[in-house]
Structures are given as C-alpha cells and as structure tokens.
Design a protein around this ligand. Structure first.
Ligand code: NAP
Ligand code: MG
Length: 398
C-alpha cells in the first residue's frame, strides 16, 4: 500500500513515563504503516531537558513557531522528589509553561464524546470546551518569602524614571507575597482566539472573572473582552447565531453544573487549569480530553490534557501491561496531522486523520476499551484491553 505523503514536517515533542511508552506504540502501529511521517524531533524527556539546561524546550517551541504545527507528549514538571529520582542538576520550570510563554496564545480543551460514556452531570447534552488563556497570572508570577515585620510595596518605574507605588501589606510577622502580571496585547489575543474558535465551531461563548473583587486586574480582562466583542466580533457572532455572555466566575461555575453544556467557556489561566480537569472528569475521563494551543501568530501545538500517568509507568516498569487509555494522545496526533493537511492542502492526510479518530471512537462504541472507561461504560464493556491490544484493535479498524 502506498503511504500518504506529507509536505511539511510536524514538530514532534517527546516526553516522559507512560505517555512516552505509548507514544512509540502509537507511531509504530497507527501512523508509520499509513503515513510517510515527516517530523522534526525534540526529546523533552526530563533527563534530556536537564542535560541541555532546558535549551531543548525553548528550541522545540521555536520550531513550532517556524513550522506552524507541533504535537507534544506529556512531560514531567520537576519537583524536589523528581530531582532525586532523576538525579537532576536543576529544577527547571514546567515545560508547558515555558512553551506557552514563548507561543503565547490560548489552550482549547475539548472532551472526546462517545455515546457509551455518559457525563456524570446528567443535564449535559453537548460537550463544554474550555478556552484557557495560556499566558501570565500565577504562572509567570514573582514570589517572595517575608521573614518578619516590614512593608511590601508594588513599584512601577516608568520608562521616564518616574514612579507609581501601592502598598501590598504591612507585615507584623512572617508571610508570603506574590506579584502577577498580564499584558493588554496577550489578553486581546486571548479574546480574539476565543471568538474565532467559537464562531468556527458555532458555539456560544462564556467568559467570567472576579472583577467585583479584583477591579483593576480582572476588570481589565472583562473590559478588553467586551471591547474586542463590540468592535470586532459582534456582527460575526450574530451571523453565526451565537451569543457572548459575561458573568462572575462563581456564577459561571454554578451555571455550568446546572446547564446543558454545548458552549465555549473562556477562562483565565488558573481558572482554565482547574476547570478543565473538572470538565474532563465530569465528561468521563481525563484520558478523553484533547488539548490544542493556538497562538495569535497562527501556530498550533496539540497534546493530551492529562499528565505522564506516573503510577501506570511504575507498574509497566515492573513488567505489567497497563490499561492506560491512549485516546487523547492519538487525538493529539490526528489533530496535528489534520492541521498540517489543512495548511498544506493535502486532502489524503486530512482523510487519514478523520479515519484515525473514527477508528478510536468506533472501537470504544463497539464496547472495546481501556480500564478507565470500563467503569463508566453504559452498557458495560464487551472487552477491557491493555493499551497494546487496544491500539491493535484501533489499527485493525483503520
Ligand atoms: P496524570 O498523569 O494526568 O494522572 C493522574 C491520574 O489520572 C492517573 O493516576 C490515572 O488514574 C488517571 N489518568 C490520567 N491519564 C490517564 C490515561 N491516559 N489512562 C488512564 N488513566 C489516566 O497526572 P499526575 O499523576 O498528577 O501527574 C504525573 C506527571 O505528569 C507529573 O510529573 C506532572 O508534572 C505531569 N503532568 C504533565 C502534563 C503535561 O505535560 N501536559 C499535565 C499534567 C501533569 P488511576 O491511577 O486511578 O488509574
Ligand atoms: Mg492542570
């Protein structure tokens, strides 16, 4: 059989633990037999990030900027326990945070829907997509420990040398302090990315902050979002038949749980981090959540929303064939290939990407699935497979 050609390479970003193990199986069984796969490879395995002083992370993000489309495996964010485990020289920041800071942009997370897996919230009729602002706030904050009594101030030194100050707190004893920031340009491109996505997918768009408490910080988010809507997207939203809805974050959370789903929920960075795990779990499984980073310059990085599935990896190391769900990892590849196909105008590749996704969904719909889905499946599963046999079952369907 002739393999499907690719015009431009994808940036392939390898990662850690169980997802790294499955990464190779997916390539071997589901991609290489069908596609003449062209990738520019970056190894973001923890050891290599440490050996290269994290330069490989920066280079991988630069490559995504250059080639336009990347696909990323899950990676360990090192902490002191990991430093010991991997004998690391340094504790580098989260690779995802580094990549997001370079590409800016917005992360869209959407559950993979299968009719056998019913959401735990029974009023939900359609998936909720999260649009997470991927720059700044607590992820780019400066923090300080305060040892004892003293005053903490925020000082802004203007380009002309003049100053503006505000007191954060008068410390009577020890404590902590944190300084967050964001840029109007980044918030604006976050808003634009969300409106474009919502119009493209014909989804109503919700946005929420805590502007009643944070009048300047969250107030700015609300104002910019509203301004982008009024000046650039009001008519386009009307033409697409979708509405823009703003509310307070606590009100939004309450409405999400009582609602029918079927909208894009634009979230500030931290809200998106937390709420996407809630949406993923309530929609079924973290392993069924796809994720794509869309940058304002029009580059795309696809990944699974879940982590490296550490506990499964330790069991695999002991020789167990774990039943880790590869669905979101496969959708990261299919998403990246489909985007490549769209940009390069290669319909064969686009068709392959659709077949790959359909094969995953059809396999699960036929009752063949991994352990995480088995307890959620209604009707109950026909077969619960380990990852390797599950991937083989998908390959047969392609
Ligand atoms: P995790 O890898 O997402 O796993 C948490 C739990 O969720 C697992 O123990 C497993 O539950 C379940 N799960 C997640 N993905 C699954 C899958 N594909 N199939 C079946 N079950 C799945 O999160 P974590 O254990 O908190 O983090 C592990 C490492 O991942 C950390 O070092 C963290 O830094 C990193 N991380 C990376 C990313 C990323 O690169 N995007 C994101 C998050 C975390 P059971 O154990 O009950 O089976
Ligand atoms: Mg998270």
């Amino acid at each position: 059989m002739a393999k499907i050609n690719m015009k431009t390479p994808l940036v392939e970003i390898d990662g850690d633990e169980m997802t790294r193990v499955l990464w190779d199986v997916i390539k071997e069984k589901l991609l290489l037999p069908f596609v003449d796969l062209k990738t520019e490879y970056y190894d973001l395995g923890l050891k290599n990030r440490d050996d290269t002083d994290d330069e490989v992370t920066v280079k991988s993000a630069e490559a995504v900027k250059k080639l336009g489309v990347g696909v990323k495996c899950a990676t360990i964010t090192a902490n002191t326990a990991r430093q010991k485990e991997y004998n690391l020289k340094h504790l580098h920041p989260s690779p995802n945070a580094t990549i997001r800071a370079i590409l800016d942009g917005t992360v869209f997370r959407k559950p993979i829907s299968v009719s056998r897996i019913k959401p735990s919230i029974n009023t939900w009729k359609a998936p909720i997509v999260i649009g997470r602002h991927a720059y700044g706030d607590v992820y780019k904050a400066a923090e300080m420990e305060i040892e004892g009594p003293g005053k903490v101030e925020l000082v802004y030194t203007r380009a002309d040398g003049t100053e503006k100050r505000v007191t954060v707190a008068d410390f009577k004893g020890s404590g902590i302090v944190q300084g967050m920031h964001n840029f109007d340009d980044s918030i604006r491109s976050f808003a634009r990315a969300c409106f474009l996505y919502a119009i493209d997918e014909k989804l109503p768009i919700w946005f929420a902050t805590k502007d009643t408490i944070s009048k300047i910080y969250d107030g700015r988010f609300k104002a910019i979002f509203g301004e982008v809507y009024e000046t650039e997207f009001k008519e386009k939203c009307a033409a697409a038949g979708i509405e823009y809805f703003y509310t307070l974050i606590d009100d939004a959370v309450a409405r999400v749980v009582k609602g029918e789903g079927g909208f894009l929920w634009a979230c500030k960075n931290y809200d998106g981090d937390v709420q996407s795990d809630m949406i993923a779990s309530a929609a079924g499984s973290l392993a069924m959540m796809t994720s794509v980073l869309v940058s304002p310059s029009g580059v795309f990085e696809y990944e699974a929303a879940h982590g490296t599935v550490q506990q499964h990896y330790y069991r695999w190391q002991k020789g167990e064939k774990t039943s880790t769900n590869p669905a979101a990892l496969i959708f990261a590849w299919s998403g990246a290939l489909a985007k490549r196909a769209e940009l390069d105008n290669t319909p064969d590749l686009a068709d392959f990407s659709r077949r790959l996704e359909k094969a995953v969904i059809d396999t699960i719909e036929a009752g063949i699935m991994t352990g995480d889905l088995a307890r959620l499946s209604d009707p109950p599963p026909e077969k619960i497979l380990n990852s390797w046999d599950f991937i083989d079952a998908i390959a047969t369907r392609i």
